[in-house]
Every structure is written in C-alpha cells, then in structure tokens.
Design a protein around this ligand. Structure first.
Ligand SMILES: Nc1ncnc2c1ncn2[C@@H]1O[C@H](COP(=O)(O)OP(=O)(O)OP(=O)(O)O)[C@@H](O)[C@H]1O
Length: 486
C-alpha cells in the first residue's frame, strides 16, 4: 500500500502539479472542454484566463475531482483526482469554488474550525491559522455570522478556508472578484510568496486579465481549449498587454476556423506568424515551453487502500455532526421540523389506524348445547371486551347481519365436538360451521383509505436521513464529502 503511494512518478511528471491530457467534458450535448491540454509546473502560479462560459470552472471542478471527465487524463500531484489513498480532493488541495458554499448560520470562526476539523488540524493549529487569515484577508470579527457578511467578505472567507491547511495545491476560482485593489494586490503577493518555497502550486482563474501578469504561466482558454500557454512575457511578446495578446490570439483562432470552413478539404492553410497550417486543435496556437507528452501510466491501488478510501473517516463524521448541531442551534425552526414532525406523523398514524377495537357485536349460532363442548371453549378464548357475543338462532343471526346489526356471525354445527368433526372441520370440511366476517376488517381499519399516504409521509420524515443528515452525507459520499460540499 505504502509502496503504491510512494511509487516514483514517471519521468517528466514529478515536476508537474497538474497535467491535463486531451481532456473532454460535456454537459449533455454541450461540449465544454474539447481535447484540452494543460500543464501546471510544480511551484508555479498558473493563471487561467478566458471569457465567461469558456469552461474554466468546469476544468477546475474536473481537476479537483468533483466532476468526472468524459475522456482524457488528468493527474493532480502525481495521481488522478479522487484516486484511492490520494488526498485530492482532501488535505493536499485548497479549493475555492466560484459558487461559495458557506453555511449562512456559521460564524467566520465556525467556518474555519469546521474546515480545520475536516483536514485534521489540531485546534491550536486552526486557531493560529485563523488569526493569521482574519488579519491577512481583512475579515470582520471572527464571531460575525456569514449571512451578515457582504459578497466580497464571503469570498474572502471562502479563500481563507482554501488557504487554511497550507495545501500543496491551491485551486482558486476567481478569488479576487469583488475585492478591493489593495487587498487584491496583497492576495497576489501572498500567492507569489508561497510558491517561492517550490512546494506550493497555484491555479487561479480571473477576469482581471492584467493581474495574471504576476503568474508564472498563463493559459488563455477559449471555447473549451487552450489558445496559448506560457510565461506571460512570452505570450505578450508582440503586444503591450496580455489583453491585447489575447485579443490577437482570438482573432487568429477565428481566422483559422473561418478559413477551415471555407477552404476545400485537404487544402493547406497559409502559415501565419504564430500557428502552423492544419493546426491540431488540441494544441495551443502559441505554446511556450510546454511539457513534453509523456506516456500516462496506469494507476492501480491496493485493495486495502481502496477499501479505506470507501469508508468514511471518523474525523469527517465528527466534523459533520458538529456542523449539524451548530446549524440546528442557530435554526430552532429546523430543529422543530426535524424532531417534532416525526412525532406528529406517528400520532397521525395511530389516529388513522385507531386503537384496539371493542364492543364488536358478533352473532353466535351454537348448535351444541353441552357446556363442556369444544365450541364453548373456543368461544371462551375470544376477548369479551373486543367481541361482544350475541347468542342467536341461525335465522336471527343472518337477518341481523343483513340489517347491519352485527359485524359477523360465528356458527357451530351440532356435532362440532365429536371426533369425526374435530379432524375434518379443521380442514374446512363441515358445512355446519361457518364464520361470516363481512364487515370485520372495516371495523379494525375505519380510515384504512388514509394509510398509504400517511405511511409514506411518516417514513419520509421519521427516516434517520433527516435526523442525522451529516452521517448519511458522509456515508453516501464517502471521504470525499468534504470537498464536494464546498
Ligand atoms: N451543471 C451544468 N449543466 C449544464 N451546463 C453547464 C453546467 N455548468 C456549466 N455549464 C455550461 O458550461 C459552459 C462552461 O461553464 P463554466 O462555468 O465552466 O464557464 P466559466 O469559463 O467558468 O465561466 P465564468 O468565467 O463566467 O465563470 C457554460 O456554457 C455553462 O452554461
């Protein structure tokens, strides 16, 4: 198991934090990523730029392992995302999603403590990091509720959660949106500093193209593939700004597409300053210092590692339970809903089913007269509080039942006790004995029509999923509950 995790990486990959090879991803018929190739070197900041809707967030979700790719290969810190025994998603990765998944009922302190627990930090470590991050990200007091924070402040809390455990890889989806320029500069400065150690790598998306000049490598993305990849200075070589370089690359890409559309098949496209004719779409128009295409190795994990990967971690269960308790405490209405509703449902069920029936009038036609007869002892077994026996003749009994006076008729023949009948009647042979229970069932279940919806409602509310949502979340989603939640 250990050997598997510590196996040396194939040549050329040990210095790549992320490698995407021919990655494709679609949402139904919408192809979002098409044969995308991207390489994030270890200890670098990779600025992923591109217009809205080009697929940046989708790519980041695939990298972090919350979305599956349709085709291609991704390796993150040497293994595919969500590979058994690999902490991606997990402690090794700090992911700040675009849609902030923070809990409104949490304070800043609760939020950071929750993520600290999830990543297995001690409370001392969490506290130290929290104090640093609150000051660094210029956050309000740590007891402020997330729901009372502004949009920009929430983004910074989310960024704080991503930075909390000092991850090896930071995946930041537009962390600087709604952040004032001074803080934006500070965040970039921090990123530049942490990558200097060579142990941390960052992939960051931003709409502020010019701020990406501080990245070590930029990737310009359009329509699900990379137009250019390389150091910002190289991409900007013939242009004063990254924005202009991007504009030029977009125009070049459009020219290629239109020429390809209009030129007859097989005709060679003219050479342009930055691309070759018949360009492979999976390759950027401009690629500076791209990693060589190594063979992607086959990754296998020991069965023990796989089994452990499937099992939820206790610390995650504990963190999620505490999270649920804190949320319940802050939302008393939800507490009532979760605990009182099942009680109401059970009461409703009991009301619908009703209590034990009593005072049911049943006509008894007993043609045996001897007090020690078998029919008498059978009748004595009946509970008199539920069944009120009315001894009648055959005719009176049937008249009574047709008039609705009795719920049923129990009849015994003259020779019920005789040995001949004790054997044959148990097989249902004698015409002298009868039990008529025309309306008996209705007596027990007067509201039986209401039962199915009641039972469904009851099972929905009483089911433990509602009582302990955190545990079920963890059990269902396994150890990856943590990051998929965010
Ligand atoms: N869950 C989804 N189901 C269907 N389509 C989706 C889904 N998520 C994203 N898309 C579509 O995929 C495309 C790429 O979306 P994505 O969020 O990756 O873009 P983006 O580059 O991050 O955009 P932005 O910069 O505005 O955040 C868009 O056309 C979007 O409508």
């Amino acid at each position: 198991m250990k050997a598997d995790l510590e196996a040396p990486l194939p040549a050329g990959q040990e210095d790549l934090a992320i490698q995407c090879r021919d990655v494709c991803r679609s949402y139904g018929k919408l192809k979002v990523l098409s044969n995308l190739n991207l390489a994030v070197p270890q200890g670098h900041i990779y600025g992923l730029l591109g217009p809205s809707g080009c697929g940046k967030t989708t790519l980041l979700k695939c990298i972090v392992g919350t979305l599956k790719i349709s085709r291609g290969h991704i390796t993150v810190l040497g293994k595919p995302p969500a590979f058994p025994g690999h902490d991606v998603p997990g402690r090794k990765v700090g992911y700040m999603p675009q849609d902030l998944a923070l809990y409104n009922e949490f304070t800043i302190s609760d939020t950071l403590t929750f993520f600290g627990r999830i990543h297995g930090l001690t409370s001392k470590e969490t506290q130290a990091r929290m104090n640093f991050l609150i000051e660094f990200l210029d956050l309000p007091q740590k007891h402020s509720l997330v729901r009372n924070l502004s949009g920009g402040q929430r983004r910074r809390v989310s960024l704080g959660a991503a930075l909390l455990q000092n991850p090896e890889l930071l995946i930041l989806d537009e962390p600087t949106v709604g952040v004032d320029p001074v803080l934006r500069a500070k965040i970039w400065q921090h990123l530049v500093e942490i990558v200097k150690t060579g142990k941390v790598s960052v992939i960051i998306t931003t709409h502020y193209i010019e701020e990406a000049r501080q990245a070590n490598v930029v990737g310009l993305m359009r329509n699900g593939c990379l137009l250019a990849e390389g150091p910002p200075e190289a991409v900007m070589k013939q242009h004063s700004t990254l924005e202009r370089a991007f504009l030029q690359l977009c125009q070049t890409s459009d020219q290629i597409s239109s020429k390809r559309g209009s030129s007859p098949q097989g005709e060679q496209l003219e050479n342009s300053q930055s691309f070759e004719s018949g360009r492979d779409e999976s390759q950027p128009i401009l690629a500076v210092g791209l990693a060589a295409k190594d063979e992607i190795p086959k990754y296998t994990a020991d069965w023990k590692v796989r089994a452990r990967h499937l099992l939820p971690k206790w610390r995650n269960i504990a963190a999620l339970m505490i999270k649920t308790l804190v949320r319940m405490k802050r939302m008393p209405f939800s507490l009532c809903f979760q605990f009182l509703l099942p009680v109401i449902q059970i009461s409703l069920i009991c009301l619908c089913v009703g209590g034990d029936p009593n005072g049911i009038h049943v006509a008894v036609v007993n043609n045996e007269t001897a007090p020690s007869s078998f029919s008498q002892s059978l009748l004595s077994f009946l509970d008199n509080s539920s069944v009120h026996q009315v001894p009648l003749s055959h005719k009176e009994a049937f008249e009574g039942i047709y008039n609705g006076e009795y719920w049923g008729v129990i009849g015994f023949g003259k020779n019920f006790t005789s040995p001949r009948f004790t054997t044959s009647s148990t097989c249902g042979g004698s015409a002298d004995e009868y039990v008529v229970t025309r309306r008996y069932q209705t007596a027990f279940f007067p509201f039986s029509g209401c039962m199915p919806p009641c039972i469904v409602l009851h099972s929905l509310t009483f089911c433990p999923l509602l009582w302990l949502p955190s545990v079920s979340q963890t059990l269902l989603m396994g150890r990856r509950a943590v990051r998929t939640e965010r």
